[in-house]
Design a protein around this ligand. Structure first.
Ligand code: G6P
Length: 593
């Protein structure tokens, strides 16, 4: 996830763009840059680092111009450094491009363009767009035609902004599966990934749809179809958001926004990882022993990894908390071991220590990481990125389900299981459907708001989901909860169950459903308030409260069943007056052991 902005009009163009980028910082913050057009010239300043430091380092606010584009980056292709920062230029330096998204066919395009003499400077997928437009300009006299022709070659997702030195009257933008809106100002026109970028200048917006491009001029805007070039009639809407509301996309908290971003995060993760995952899948077969490690939510992903790798591939991985790994495995690892380290931040001290021990012992390390260029990525032999975008809420949500998506993709790819991959591609849609249970979850939160101890139970692949549900509740509502296998309940924890204790069962209609239901009945008989998450609707009174879930491949249910549990933790935290984004005593990234 990155953020883009463009502005053409009166006033201090670069200052307007930089202040817009600060509003988009939540979308990415590893690098930033601007391209400012002034008549027939464009000037690019960019680098890795935080916005304020870069603005000072490059004296950006001294730039004078009449139009420009800007970018905040959250690296996907190529590590965060000055060269990979956007804007990216063509060979002539006349076309500057900013981009949010992933160009899936960039390898092919790059090879084709290099064969025609184009020289690439960065490792980004974005740079191909600048060179592609340059190439198309050889065939089309008119920049708009070259731009449209280039757009038609691109596969993947993009929100693009382009400034062209030889066209001082216009800016060009395009949208395909990445957000982009236009802002209609009194003194100029805007385009940005999100409304807050220009909200201090205008509340009048034009919503762009996938497959459209826009041309902005000082006093006018026009939206057209990429495919046909036909003008698309659009309405101007007036938004009533405050700046703070707008930064969170209208959601009251980042956590809620990130819960809702999960379909997009998983789709981007699959688009970004599926192509390259084959080589990593081989690593699973080439080692005698596979050990999955992580902490917190990432540990729960590791547990899911064990289930899916075992069920799909028949291998028997070991799972360890990274903090315990060193006490168990020092001196017993060798080059026949593959350690799979799962970490959103790539900076968790316990996980890094596990990676270092593995490397010292001659083992290979494959990491699943969200933050490009983080320490874990530098220490590992192979990296698979989740493309969930920056996660601001301390409690992991979209990065968790994206990690699960990578693990499932890894298992299905290693087994060449096309049906599995197809089912995986349907998960974003299943989550979208599931997000509709929010009102039902809110009802449940009202019923259990005064309870002080919760149990989450399941069997099989959803035991980690139960553990993750309990962790979410503890983290953000400060209410004690335990997540465990349903079979374990009667071996001790059941003694704690009393009248009204919430017992939440995650029980998709698979071969384990009936067994889990028996455990629900055991709890009910001891007075528990039982809640059932299932796609089995036949047993209407099996539990005191049911949340209906969509039918789907049972192996992939953890990604979808996590969603109502995240929502429940969120709804309870809000009812108890906690700040879900910043829970007490916790940090997003724990860099101490
Ligand atoms: C902290 C966070 C958790 C996270 C864990 C591991 O404890 O509060 O939400 O799951 O670290 O973080 P990582 O970045 O390694 O996934």
């Amino acid at each position: 996830m990155c953020g883009i902005i463009g502005y053409i009009g009166a006033g201090d163009v670069c200052r307007i763009i930089v202040s817009g980028l600060k509003r988009l910082e939540y979308r990415g913050y590893d690098s930033m840059g601007v391209a400012i057009g002034n008549g027939g010239t464009i000037e690019v300043r960019k680098g890795a680092g935080r916005i304020d430091d870069l603005v000072n380092r490059f004296h950006m606010l001294d730039l004078k111009g009449d139009r420009g584009v800007g970018h905040v980056r959250w690296a996907t292709h190529g590590s965060p450094n000055d060269t990979n920062a956007h804007p990216q230029l063509d060979c002539t330096g006349k076309i500057a491009v900013v981009h949010n998204g992933i160009i899936e066919n960039f390898d092919e395009l790059k090879r084709m363009l290099e064969a025609r003499g184009h020289v690439f400077r960065s490792q980004t997928d974005t740079e191909v767009v600048a060179h592609l437009i340059e190439e198309e300009l050889k065939k089309h006299a008119d920049f708009e035609a070259a731009f449209r022709s280039a757009l038609r070659e691109l596969r993947g997702s993009f929100a693009l902004g382009v400034v062209y030195a030889d066209d001082a009257e216009s800016l060009y933008f395009a949208r395909m599966e990445s957000p982009l809106v236009l802002g209609v100002g009194d003194h100029g026109m805007f385009a940005a990934s999100d409304v807050p970028a220009f909200l201090e200048h205008t509340r009048r917006v034009v919503l762009m749809d996938d497959g459209e491009y826009a041309i902005l001029r000082r006093n006018s805007w026009e939206v057209k179809e990429i495919e046909s070039g036909r003008t698309v009639p659009k309405e101007v809407h007036e938004v009533s958001w405050t700046l703070e509301m707008a930064e969170k996309g209208g959601y009251p908290h980042f956590m809620l926004k990130e819960i809702y971003e999960q379909p997009e995060a998983i789709a981007a993760t699959l688009a970004g990882s599926l192509k390259r995952i084959g080589e990593f899948a081989d690593m699973l077969y080439n080692h005698d022993k596979v050990i999955l490690v992580g902490m917190g939510t990432s540990f729960h992903s590791a547990l899911f990894g064990k289930y899916i790798l075992q069920r799909v591939l028949g291998i028997t991985p070991i799972v360890e908390e990274a903090s315990e790994f060193r006490y168990l495995y020092d001196g017993v690892l060798d080059d026949d071991t593959l350690v799979v380290a799962i970490t959103q931040s790539g900076e968790t001290a316990d996980t890094l220590a596990a990676i270092k021990l593995a490397k010292r012992s001659g083992s290979k390390v494959l990491s699943i990481v969200n933050v490009v260029g983080s320490m874990a990525t530098r220490l590992s032999d192979g990296v698979i990125y989740t493309h969930a975008g920056p996660e601001i809420g301390v409690a992991a949500t979209k990065t968790y389900t994206s990690q699960l998506a990578v693990l499932a993709a890894l298992a299905f790819t290693a087994n060449d299981d096309r049906d599995g991959i197809n089912d995986l591609r349907k998960v974003p849609e299943k989550i979208r459907e599931t997000l509709n249970v929010r009102d039902r979850v809110a009802e449940l939160a009202d019923v259990v708001r005064d309870k002080r101890g919760f149990f989450y139970i399941s069997r099989g692949v959803n035991v980690p989901t139960a553990m993750e549900g309990a962790l979410k509740l503890k983290e953000i509502s400060y209410v004690y909860a335990e997540g465990l296998s349903a079979g374990e309940l009667k071996h001790g924890p059941l003694a704690v169950v009393e009248e009204g204790t919430p017992v939440i069962a995650i029980a998709p209609a698979d071969d384990l459903y009936k067994k889990t239901l028996m455990n629900v009945e055991e709890a009910k008989a001891r007075g528990a308030f039982t809640v059932l998450l299932s796609d089995e609707h036949g047993d209407g009174d099996a539990a005191d409260f049911q949340i209906d879930m969509p039918e789907m491949n049972p192996l992939l249910t953890p990604m979808v069943y996590a969603v109502p549990l995240q929502l429940l933790a969120y709804e309870l935290a809000v009812r108890l007056g906690r700040d879900p984004d910043k829970p007490r005593n916790l940090a997003k990234s724990v860099t101490v052991e």
